[in-house]
Design a binder for this molecule. Sequence first.
Ligand code: PMP
Length: 396
Amino acid sequence: MSSKQLEQFLTENLAELKSKGLYNVIDTIQGANAPIITISGKEFINLSSNNYLGLATDPRLIEAAVQAAKTYGAGAGAVRTINGTLDIHIQLEEKLKAFKQTEAVVVYQSGFNCNMAAISAVMDQSDAILSDELNHASIIEGCRLSKAKILRYYHSDMDDLSAKAKAARESGLYKKIMVITDGVFSMDGDIAKLPEIIEIAARYDLITYVDDAHGSGVLGKGAGTVKHFGLSDQVDFQIGTLSKAIGVVGGYVAGKRDLIDWLKARSKPFLFSTALPPAAVSPAIAAIDIIRDTPSLMDRLWENGNVLKKGLTELGFDTGKSETPITPCIIGEEKQTQLFSKLLYEKGVYAKAIVFPTVPKGTGRIRNMPTAGHTKEMLEEVLAVYEAVGKELGLI
Ligand code: PMP
């Protein structure tokens, strides 16, 4: 009987998702996720990966992965607190600590479970969390898991944040109050107003939490958004991921020694999920050295972002309020946006449409993520294709 109910639930809900156009068609990439990708035997210029610095296919990272697997094996063998902590896990945490200029760092298996782990280890039902309405899904899940009262503020609206922080503090209802923001917002490429957030946090005695998944390796000489604003000693939690600019997989929290000790003692994925595999840890270590020693990589990323933004704007497209290489091209209506992405695809450009409910209704966009690995010729080709599709649809 219960499996019949499950079957009915799945049939009805899958049909609903499909009818609303919300069911993801998942493309399979043959080979590496590089600036040129192959899908069903056809090549595309790839503008949809978070491999910002092109490190995912860097021979030095690949070699580090091979050597680590040979030395340490394919898996870490246990959770960190049993005997899954290898010396390279400690080296990675030390390396990140120096990179982020904080007292300590703890590494998790992904950015997603890092947010789930960190928020719920510190906040509980007697607390409140002020959360930017555009924060990443993993932050939202972490907030829910914590059982704290969630108070969403309008995106980067400092008046709203300030008013909600004041009301929360003056209500006397909450013990701890935390403010959480992405450092760089992945749908628009805009940067959080951290100096103002820190000021509001000081005024209302808030714990500060910045998820810098898209700022690390991109801003602040690679150290991220917090460093970019010179606020390293004023943010309690700096979250990062090893899966984007670093080019591998994993997540981390950088902060004060006591905070990291607490997370190692209490956060569930650290205690109950097997440690990152060696072939992920060693390339991440190599990537941090490369980012620190090769500023030209970041320069190239920004240059490519600027070329794309300038080119799209000159063609008459709206690239929104992006302040980073993430370059949205706002199309507007949902179906038109999907069609635009499909036509780009047919002409050899892989750039995903992002529509409601991921972004507000009527603000559908193509999200372009150029990387340091894209060549000038690739970007020229992309702009030529955008021009052709824009004209075909009568948008420019
Ligand atoms: N936070 C933000 C802001 C993200 O964009 C992402 C990835 N989409 C994550 C966390 C999750 O990181 P990971 O892919 O390493 O799990």
